[in-house]
Every structure is written in structure tokens, then in C-alpha cells.
Write a protein that binds this ligand. Structure first.
Ligand SMILES: [Fe+2]
Length: 442
């Protein structure tokens, strides 16, 4: 039996099965990177049990049949049960546009598409990074649609605090459902990678965050999207939970210790591959360093340096020579010079966003970007005196675009939605020899 006949028989079978189960309309379709750049994970929600959720996909038209072999799980919160379906498309062709739709014979999604990344590890890609984005007051959302339409980025990293809140029913319905539905045109087209913020704690062990999103690293039918890593081009990315620390009283020390153990071995492994994948880039929700009025000099000492038997994260970042860490939580933008243990080796104090790219050349310590200004439930967050190492600040609503050009150049800019222009531009470089003017341009 050839594949076409087999698929037709299976579809006929699905018609029979699905007729017994009422309307099952997929919603909140989104994609995320799988275990490698040629896998794509597709996730969607139904509010009725879907007996045989499937994905149709293909490079020219969505014809290839795929039964999700990731998960179909359900969770109940406030007496509402959501069924979350996940399928992984693997062994995809590089640099290829794929069309897909999901559902059952009884209820299909619209037709979506995504494009895979090129092969190898020496290609340019761009990441849109932001934190603290609400369904209500989501100030960047309209701009984000324009940017996605114009092809400004190839992947999204949302550094926590999603929808305000995923579990809240204060949005003429559930905020998480509304948010994921509103942003479906973007998130179904561009991989959406997430990490938990404090607003993801629904006091049911992050049940909405845990069930709604699939991140790399699933093993044996279980998943832990609180910390994970993946490789893309010349970069190794890792995301970690600061909320394991923030809610230690609620969930205990074990998640901190598990994450720490995983992180140390993950970064040691990434360092072995530094010659072929030189950039190591992290993201987390709460920043170590910030200079908003509510920030302290050492804003999150437990997370940063640990305490007694609680290991902190910064020593791991320093010893593994992490290049760059994105954070949110503060509802503004702030770029730091390379900084370690509260001491910065760059610049001579705050310099109002001047081009200080030379400071980021072969930097000896991680640089931090706080990008929590996407638009949330609070007014703009005011700044106090600049923290040591603070190089650029903006309280405009906006988001960060990072272009990983190649093995030697990364470009960052901060797009201000308020001003419709870049309010920060910086190069981060590593190569042999003295610093010269950055090579490629955006
Ligand atoms: Fe937060």
C-alpha cells in the first residue's frame, strides 16, 4: 500500500471516529523549535476531547499526514478543561517553506506556514526578544504584527510574564486563551520560545505554562519547559527559571537543585563545542541587574549568587563564559556592559546609549539586556540612579531584535514603539585582533 492510499484509509477512519465527538475546532495554534533546527513542534488547544488529532503538512501543500506523537494532554483549571495537542514534524528540509493545518476531519484550523532554518551553523538569523506582554495593554502587539509581516525576525523569545495572566479570567474570558488566539497569526508562523515569569505561577505548579507550551528537551513523554536548551546556527541558547527561586517557599528547593545540575552540565557541553558554535546566550525572567526605582543594587541576590545550600546562577554564567543574557520583569529596557559580581569592566559609568561596541569585543563577562517593556498591566516603570554597568536605558514600550550574523558578530537593537525608531544599537563581537568597525550592517 503506498503512502497516499494508506493516508486516505486513515482519513476515512477518522471521519467515522470523529462523528461521535461533536465540534472540535483547533485554536491557539503555535509552533516552537524541536530538538534540532529541522524539527518543528506544533501545538494547539481544543475544548473538547479530540480522539485523533492530526497534522497535515507539506512543502507545497499540506498533504502529508502526521498523527501527533508528542502529547495530547488535558488540564483543568477553574473547572475548565483544555486539551493541548502537540505534534513534532522532524527531518524537515532546510531553508524550506512548509504549509500545515491541524485538527480532525470534524474541525480543521486554517492553513498556516513556516520556514525552516538553513543547514549548517554559519547563517544569519534574527530573534525578537521581549518580556512582560499582556493581552490587555499589550503595547507592542500591533507593531509586532507589522514586524512579522515585514520579516524582521525568525524566532521569538518571550522571557516570561505572558498574557497577564495565562490563568486569569479578567479579559472578557480567559486571558491566556485570548492572548494565544490574538497572536496565533504570528506564533503559528514563527517559532515562539518561552520561559516562565512570576505571573506564570498559578499556584498549581505553573499548570497553564506547563501544559500550554512545548520546549525542547522532552524525554519519555514528559516535559519540563522550566529549563531547556537548543542549538541554532552559531549559538547555543538556554532558558532557565528564576521562579524556582522566587517561589521556593511554595515548591521547595528540589527544582532549583535539578535546574542547577542540568545547567552546569549543559553549559559544560556547550563549551566543548565553542569552536563550531561560539555564542552562548541565556534567558531568564528576573534580572540580576537593573536600575529602576524599585531595583536594589543587588536586586535578586538569592538567584544571582545563591545562599548556603542554594546555588546561584551567576557563577555558572561567569565560569562558562556566557556571552549574553536576556531578562524581563522590569517593565523597561536596559542594556548592561559586561558585568560580574556587581562589578562592570566596561565604560566609565552610564553613557546614555552611546555606541560602545568596543566594550563588547571579546568581553570577559556576560552582558545583560533587560527587555520587559512589551506592554503589561502597569504604567511605564521609572528609573532611579543608574546601576553600575548600566549603558543604555529606555522606558518606551518596545522590543529587542538580536541578529546573530555569524561566528564573530551579533547586532542588537531596541525598537521603540513610541518613537517608531531604534533607541539603541550595539555590536557584540569576538574575533582575534583589535576591535575594528563592525562588519555587516543590519
Ligand atoms: Fe515579572
Amino acid at each position: 500500500m503506498n503512502r497516499l492510499k494508506m493516508n486516505y484509509s486513515f482519513l476515512t477512519f477518522l471521519v467515522f471516529i470523529s462523528q461521535a465527538f461533536g465540534d472540535i475546532k483547533p485554536q491557539q495554534v503555535h509552533i516552537s523549535l524541536g530538538e534540532d533546527p529541522f524539527s518543528m513542534v506544533i501545538t494547539w488547544v481544543t475544548f473538547e476531547y479530540a480522539p485523533t488529532p492530526i497534522i497535515l503538512y507539506g512543502p507545497t501543500i499540506a498533504t502529508t499526514l502526521r498523527y501527533p506523537y508528542g502529547h495530547t494532554n488535558n488540564f483543568t483549571y477553574n473547572n475548565v478543561t483544555r486539551y493541548v495537542h502537540t505534534g513534532t514534524l522532524s527531518n524537515l528540509e532546510p531553508n524550506t517553506k512548509y504549509y500545515y493545518k491541524v485538527g480532525t476531519i470534524e474541525g480543521w484550523s486554517g492553513l498556516f506556514n513556516f520556514t525552516t532554518f538553513p543547514a549548517g551553523n554559519d547563517f544569519k538569523f534574527r530573534v525578537c526578544c521581549f518580556g512582560d506582554l499582556a493581552y490587555r495593554h499589550g503595547n507592542i502587539i500591533l507593531d509586532l504584527f507589522d514586524a512579522a509581516r515585514n520579516g524582521w525576525f525568525d524566532m521569538i523569545i518571550h522571557v516570561g510574564d505572558i498574557a497577564y495572566d495565562l490563568h486569569s479570567d479578567d479579559c472578557d474570558g480567559n486571558c491566556g486563551d485570548k492572548f494565544m488566539t490574538e497572536l496565533e497569526p504570528i506564533f503559528s508562523h514563527i517559532p515562539y520560545m518561552v520561559i516562565a515569569g512570576n505571573h506564570e505561577n498559578d499556584h498549581h505548579n505553573f499548570s497553564h505554562f506547563h501544559n500550554r507550551f512545548r520546549m525542547p528537551g522532552e524525554v519519555g513523554g514528559h516535559h519540563n519547559n522550566q529549563y531547556y536548551s537548543f542549538n541554532l546556527g552559531a549559538a547555543h541558547f538556554f532558558g532557565v527559571s528564576t521562579e524556582h527561586y522566587g517561589y521556593m517557599d511554595e515548591y521547595g528547593k528540589a527544582p532549583i537543585l535539578s535546574q542547577y545540575s542540568w545547567l552546569t552540565s549543559d553549559l559544560q557541553e556547550a563549551n566543548k563545542n565553542r569552536a563550531t558554535r561560539p555564542w552562548i546566550i541565556g534567558y531568564q525572567h528576573r534580572p540580576f541587574y537593573c536600575s529602576n526605582t524599585e531595583c536594589h543594587e543587588d536586586d535578586e541576590p538569592l538567584i544571582r549568587k545563591g545562599d548556603h545550600d542554594i546555588p546561584g546562577l551567576e557563577p555558572v554564567y561567569i565560569s562558562n563564559k556566557i556571552d549574553l543574557v536576556f531578562c524581563g520583569h522590569m517593565h523597561s529596557y536596559e542594556r548592561f556592559y559586561p558585568i560580574a559580581n556587581l562589578v562592570s569592566n566596561g565604560g566609565n559609568g552610564y553613557d546614555s546609549c552611546k555606541d560602545t561596541s568596543s566594550v563588547y569585543h571579546n568581553a570577559a563577562a556576560p552582558a545583560y539586556i533587560v527587555t520587559g517593556s512589551a506592554g503589561c498591566h502597569t504604567p511605564k516603570t521609572s528609573f532611579g540612579s543608574p546601576h553600575l554597568g548600566s549603558a543604555c536605558r529606555s522606558d518606551d514600550w518596545g522590543y529587542t531584535i538580536m541578529s546573530v550574523y555569524n561566528h564573530t558578530h551579533i547586532h542588537l537593537y531596541q525598537w521603540s514603539v513610541d518613537q517608531q525608531r531604534n533607541v539603541d544599537n550595539i555590536w557584540i563581537t569576538k574575533f582575534i585582533g583589535n576591535f575594528t568597525a563592525p562588519g555587516p550592517t543590519t
